[in-house]
Design a protein around this ligand. Sequence first.
Ligand code: ATP
Length: 619
Amino acid sequence: MTMLEQGSITIHTENIFPIIKQSLYSDREIFLRELVSNAADAIAKLKMASFAGELSDPPEPEIVITLDKEAKTLAVADNGIGMTAEEVKKYINQVAFSSAEEFIHKYKGKEAEQAIIGHFGLGFYSSFMVSRRVEIDTLSYKPGSTAVNWACDGTTAFTLSDSERASIGTTVTLHIAPDNEEYLEPSRIRELIRKYCDFIPVPIKLNGEVINKQKPLWRTSPSELKDEDYLEFYRYLYPFQEDPHFWVHINTDYPFIVQGILYFPKLRPDIDPTKGQVKLFCNQVFVQDNCEEVIPKFLLPLRGAIDSPDIPLNVSRSFLQNDRTVRRIGDHVAKKVADRLNELYTEDYEKYVKVWPDISLFMKFGAMNSDKFFAQIKDILIFRLAGSPADKPEYLTLQSYLERTREKQNKRVYYATDEAAQSAYIDLHRSQGLEVLMLDSWIDSHFSSFLEREYKEDGIQFKRVDSELDETLVDKDKAAEIVDPVSNKTRSEKLVDLFKQALGKDKLQVKAEALKSESVPAMILLPEALRRLQELNAMMQQKPLEFLEEHTLILNTAHPLVQNLQALAEEGRDPDLVTLICNHIYDLALITQKSFDPASARAFVQRSNEVLTRLTRRQ
Ligand SMILES: Nc1ncnc2c1ncn2[C@@H]1O[C@H](COP(=O)(O)OP(=O)(O)OP(=O)(O)O)[C@@H](O)[C@H]1O
């Protein structure tokens, strides 16, 4: 081989290699993505040249990776456009090196891993992260070109000489550095190709076998695809997972290009909606998972892929976050998702209702995170009606709830958080024609406050069924209000006194009301605002929720037990039994609201036995 030229790369930072090696240590593997993308670009360029008539009979495109464990080399060969000696000097010595230098200047001193997404922009240069020496053998498609060999051992010196390469294209050979021998393992290379280059539309071969899928489904026109194609693609991306509910195919090319498929997976209600699963691609090359700067955070529980060449990737994250095009792409993707949800709601309501438990968390989270998204989906947010059968639940939108109950409920939205525990309250409301909505997921306490703020002007208020008694739920019990001339007190007041004395709790409020239902002798009310505040505090301090001391005991004067008890008290025969029963009625009301601590549970059981013993005693 005759040496053509020896030279020195003009860069202004000495020893930039160690800096880059150091700062990108954890992500060295991206070198392969860079080399394969360059190879694919070179193949695309050759195709363009042949379209333009510059070359007849272009070869069948392919990228071949060759591993040689003995020689410790990894070679990436393409049959693309190739480079002339002049082009090598220009593109490799100048472009590649100066962009690496620029990278170092930009990010020196900063946390480089934080600085750029997927380290785009480093290009060919990233090969030095894993190599002690890099060689390029290339032959340009241009008529009359000769093949050249470029070699560099990671200093600023390079050599340029003749090459034996006979066919058009480029081979980049990495002489792998000692602690990087993992990149000589076929399994590791397969893994990396699958991760980064699976959808590059050129066959990538290793040991004679094609190891990439090539066809990204999102590039196919939606009209050509069947449900089974989407499902198969999902199973490929997320193996061993349940099939998704539905999906949205995004295929936009103006004013920016963004393509992709987002799937709505079967979400468990306890899933953390901030953990992302959406893969970001740029021209079919994988960039990263969970790209929060590009895909709005609330869309992250979805799965699938978004591909856009219009996202500037060789910039810092904060730049990306503030970039207008990126924001518009994010908004656009969110709008497509909202459109798909609206379409499902209007065209297949039955399915919408069926998947609602799985998508509701995502939608509520999205509504609270983005005003735009909220505006797009607010009319399709639905709430299950308490009391509707579990196998055929009935749902209402907020609007339809309010319209249906306009006269009776006066913009109040009654809700329950636990259908079983609050059943007495729910039944009381329903028996008087007041509908109750279920808000029973962890996000709902925030979500109801959010809706109150959003609908502030309409004066909509959310009231849990146990927060106060609507006047439609109580009868005006005239008899109870007659003043007894001896004590100067009404019957209600006397009943309240009786309980206050028997229970001896200062903070407890006691009220006597004639409820329009005889189902329970007493119930506990928790003031809405205080209860919410307490829930918030418990959440912020990550403490278990304590039972609110400032609660009210409502005694139902329409219930025979309360009436009998009052008569018994007036007889004055057995004041102990009266006290016992007062405590028992209170505990029975409490039991649906909180779990007892061991001491109260023991007292409750003891008292129950005592009451039963007395009842069965022969006079
Ligand atoms: N396999 C190849 N065949 C032909 N030309 C190549 C090949 N690899 C690199 N080049 C040339 O070298 C240039 C520099 O490559 P490098 O990977 O550093 O940067 P880039 O591809 O331009 O940008 P980036 O990789 O950062 O997106 C390329 O633009 C291309 O002209």
